[in-house]
Design a binder for this molecule. Structure first.
Ligand SMILES: [Ca+2]
Ligand SMILES: [Ca+2]
Ligand SMILES: [Ca+2]
Ligand SMILES: [Ca+2]
Length: 322
C-alpha cells in the first residue's frame, strides 16, 4: 500500500535548501550531484518528503517533487530488452517489501517479459554505482499482481549495492529496486539488466570441475567460425563476477571423450566469445582469458560445444576463475 504520511507543520525547521544535486560525484552546483551533508529528504528537518502529495514534508519551502513514472506498481518501466535504466527513489513511496531487507524503503517498479526460459542478471553496482543501500527483488507475475518472490539480494560484491542472477521460465516478472532500509537520503541508481539468452548451470567462481554429456542436449549456442569448428550440441555454465577486480580465467575440456571445444562469453550467451578453442589439447579445447576491471561486474558463460552436430559425448570441464 502506498503510504502517505501527513506531517503537522512543525516549527524550528532548519538547514539550507536542498542541494541541487543528489548523487555524489560532481562539483557543487552541477545540478546532478550532492556535495554537502544531506539536509532534506529523510535527513534532519521536519520529516520525510514524499513526491506528488502536495505537502512540503521536509519544510524546505521548495515545490513538492514530481514522482518517478514507475513509483507505483501500476506503471512499471519495461526492461524486457535489457540495458541500463536510470532511477531515483529519493522521494518515491514505499509500495513493496523485499524479503531480504526490513520493510519501509522507497521503491521503483520494473517489469520483465521473457519469451522463453533463460538466465537473467541484474545489478545496481556500476554504470555508476547506486548512491544508497539498494535491494533488488524479482517477483512472479506483473507488478500489480505481485506474486511470490523468486530472488532477492541486498548486498553483493563487498558493498551495499545489489547483484543477482537467476534462471527464469518464460513469462512476466516484476523487478523492484528498493532501499534496503528506510530513512536513506540518497536515491539515485542505474539498474543494469542482462538477458542471458539461454538456460545453463550455475557455477561459483573458483576451481570448477564438472562432468556431463552433450548427447541429448540442445544446440543453443554456436562458436565463432574462427574457432575452428561448426559447433554442435552444447552445455552452458554461468557465473557472476564482481566489480573492482582483474579476473584470470582458464578452462579446458581436455579429458572429454569426443571432439569438443570450450568458449567464454560475457552478458548474452550469444555475444562474441572472449576466448574460444577446440584444439589446445587436441581434439579438445583449452582457453585462458584476463577480464579487466572495466568488464565487470556482470554475467559470464563457459560453454562446452561439439565440433559438429554429429560430435557429442561425455565431457569434463575443468576451470579456474579467480
Ligand atoms: Ca514506490
Ligand atoms: Ca519498499
Ligand atoms: Ca544493499
Ligand atoms: Ca552448439
Amino acid at each position: 500500500m502506498r503510504a502517505v504520511i501527513l506531517l503537522a507543520l512543525a516549527t524550528g525547521c532548519y538547514g539550507p535548501s536542498h542541494p541541487d544535486d543528489v548523487q555524489g560525484d560532481g562539483p557543487q552546483g552541477d545540478g546532478l550531484q550532492a556535495d554537502g551533508p544531506p539536509t532534506g529528504g529523510d535527513g534532519p528537518g521536519c520529516g520525510p518528503e514524499f513526491c506528488g502529495d502536495g505537502i512540503d514534508g521536509d519544510c524546505q519551502g521548495d515545490p513538492d517533487p514530481t514522482c518517478p513514472s514507475n513509483d507505483g506498481p501500476e506503471t512499471p518501466i519495461d526492461v524486457s530488452a535489457g540495458g541500463l535504466f536510470n532511477g531515483d527513489v529519493r522521494f518515491a513511496h514505499d509500495d513493496a517489501a523485499p524479503g531480504c531487507t526490513p520493510p519501509g524503503g522507497r521503491d521503483l517498479f520494473f517489469q520483465l517479459t521473457l519469451p522463453r526460459q533463460e538466465v537473467v542478471y541484474l545489478d545496481t553496482i556500476a554504470y555508476p554505482v547506486a548512491t544508497f543501500d539498494t535491494a533488488l527483488s524479482i517477483r512472479q507475475g506483473t507488478c500489480t499482481s505481485l506474486g511470490s518472490e523468486l530472488a532477492c539480494n541486498d548486498d553483493s560484491c563487498s558493498g551495499l549495492q545489489s547483484q543477482l542472477a537467476v534462471e527464469l521460465a518464460g513469462g512476466t516478472y516484476c523487478v523492484i529496486v528498493d532501499q534496503a532500509s528506510p530513512g536513506q537520503y540518497y536515491g539515485g541508481f542505474v539498474l543494469h539488466v542482462v538477458l542471458g539468452g539461454r538456460t545453463g548451470t550455475h557455477i561459483v567462481p573458483g576451481a570448477v570441475g564438472v562432468n556431463g554429456d552433450t548427447c541429448g542436449a540442445l544446440d543453443d549456442s554456436a562458436p565463432e567460425t574462427n574457432c575452428g569448428a561448426l559447433g554442435g550440441l552444447d552445455a552452458a555454465y554461468w557465473f557472476t563476477l564482481c566489480d573492482g577486480h582483474t579476473y584470470s580465467i582458464t578452462a579446458d575440456t581436455c579429458t572429454s571423450e569426443f571432439d569438443s571445444l570450450v568458449y567464454l562469453r560475457k552478458g548474452s550467451s550469444s555475444n562474441p566469445s572472449l576466448a574460444c578453442d577446440g584444439e589446445g589439447c587436441s581434439p579438445n579445447g583449452m582457453i585462458a582469458a584476463v577480464i579487466p576491471p572495466d568488464e565487470v561486474p556482470g554475467l559470464f558463460w563457459l560453454i562446452v560445444d561439439g565440433a559438429s552436430l554429429s560430435s557429442c559425448g561425455t565431457y569434463h570441464l575443468s576451470a579456474n576463475i579467480e
